[in-house]
Design a protein around this ligand. Structure first.
Ligand code: LLP
Length: 383
């Protein structure tokens, strides 16, 4: 038997009664904490050396979250026309220069449309310049560079290096320059994003060195975007990206290139810890030596454990102070064996109706959810 790790400083611990109530009423619910969201945005905005924080809204596009981040002075990084239109609808009057559009393998029409909007448009490879040079005549564009190495918590989220589909590789710089000149476009921004769930700040430092090194080739560049990817703690007690280290890497870069505008575009860092998934226990089952705790929602709400083997802490919110004495698999109601929210988890003796909390679910939770099995994913609440 062991006492559950001390969680008393977590926002959801402080508000546990309210959350248990929400879980009971809804069976399953994503809950986001406004104060935590605000705190994360303010922490990044305050970092010296960074001129712009563009929230990667693929992580979570809840309109209230977008409004809150807008009020904190963030911009928005969008990867599809629908994401751009969603931001514009949610934030009427938003300065178009606070939207960065970074599609990949999008159809021609999306570039035509994007360039008409007055937003920043990023080219992800040479095809648009080769096949549709007429679109870019006289236009200012960003180019996504493949720095040559991918980073991140899983192969599927490493977005640079020859095995990833993203970015213009360094060995294509000559050709890129030729195509840019031939089209009459101007490269005003350089962009890179090496992956997601990165903990070592060397990543952004070396990305910064690579991108600033390319500014000699593209003299119109005024902005360098180092991407997102900042990792957050997934296990209680684990350390996330150390912001002071991150800041000193960026400050050094800024000091060496004072005229360049420096942007970052994190998603996960801003929302992951501010969100939890609540799921009420539906059934208990023992089979052989394995105990199953079944809950009201599963991979239809949170696919990360099934897709990447990601770890999300699970606690029994109804019995937070009880001794954890049972090792269980927490599973959802979806008809796949991969529908597991957590394996071999130490929980207190659990009963039907208890509310479990699945932590760090604010990023890539609801955003990647589905109606698989025609089961609605958990509804969302801001508190
Ligand atoms: N910028 C670009 C161009 C991106 O592709 C991404 C994420 C981000 C920024 C934001 O990355 P973040 O700061 O959130 O790590 N579904 C996966 C993560 C995929 C991220 C895809 N791109 C997961 O649940 O771990």
């Amino acid at each position: 038997a062991s006492k559950v790790t001390d969680t008393s400083t977590q926002w959801w611990h402080v508000r546990r009664n309210e959350l248990v109530e929400l879980g009971r009423k809804n069976g399953a619910a994503f809950v986001y904490d406004r104060n935590t969201l605000k705190g994360k945005a303010q922490a990044l905005k305050a970092l010296p050396g960074i001129d712009g924080v563009f929230y990667a809204l693929k992580a979570n596009w809840h309109p209230e979250i977008l409004k809150l981040f807008h009020d904190e002075g963030l911009g928005f990084e969008c990867v599809s026309r629908n994401e751009v239109e969603h931001v514009m609808r949610t934030l009427p009057g938003l300065d178009r220069k606070r939207i960065l559009f970074t599609p990949n393998f999008a159809p021609r029409d999306e570039y035509v449309w994007g360039l008409e909007q007055g937003i920043w448009v990023t080219l992800d490879n040479l095809h648009p310049l080769k096949a549709w040079p007429e679109l870019f005549k006289g236009k200012d564009v960003f180019v996504r560079i493949d720095t040559g190495y991918g980073r991140g918590h899983h192969d599927k989220v490493r977005t640079a290096g020859v095995h990833s589909k993203f970015g213009v590789p360094l060995f294509e710089m000559e050709e890129l320059t030729r195509l840019i000149n031939a089209s009459g476009a101007r490269v005003v921004g350089l962009h890179a994003h090496t992956g997601s769930g990165v903990f070592n700040v060397d990543n952004w430092q070396s990305v910064g060195e690579t991108l600033t090194g390319l500014t000699q080739r593209f003299p119109d560049v005024h902005t360098v975007d180092l991407g997102g990817g900042l990792g957050v703690p997934e296990r209680l007690g684990q350390q996330g990206v150390v912001l002071t280290e991150f800041a000193s890497a960026l400050s050094a870069l800024k000091a060496a290139h004072p005229k360049l505008t420096l942007w970052i575009e994190p998603g996960r860092y801003l929302v992951a810890e501010a969100g939890v998934l609540l799921a009420q226990v539906t059934q208990l089952k023992g089979k052989g030596e394995v105990q199953y705790v079944g809950v009201a929602t599963g991979m239809n709400s949170l696919i990360r454990p099934a897709l990447y083997g990601s770890h999300h802490e699970i606690l029994n919110l109804s019995r937070l102070d009880a001794l954890a004495t049972e090792v269980v698999n927490v599973v959802g109601p979806i008809c796949e064996s991969g529908d597991q929210l957590g394996l071999d988890r130490l929980l207190p003796p659990t009963q039907e109706g208890d509310v479990l909390l699945i932590a760090t679910a604010g990023a890539y939770g609801r955003a990647m959810s589905s109606t698989y099995n025609l089961r609605e994913p958990a509804k969302e609440f801001l508190i």
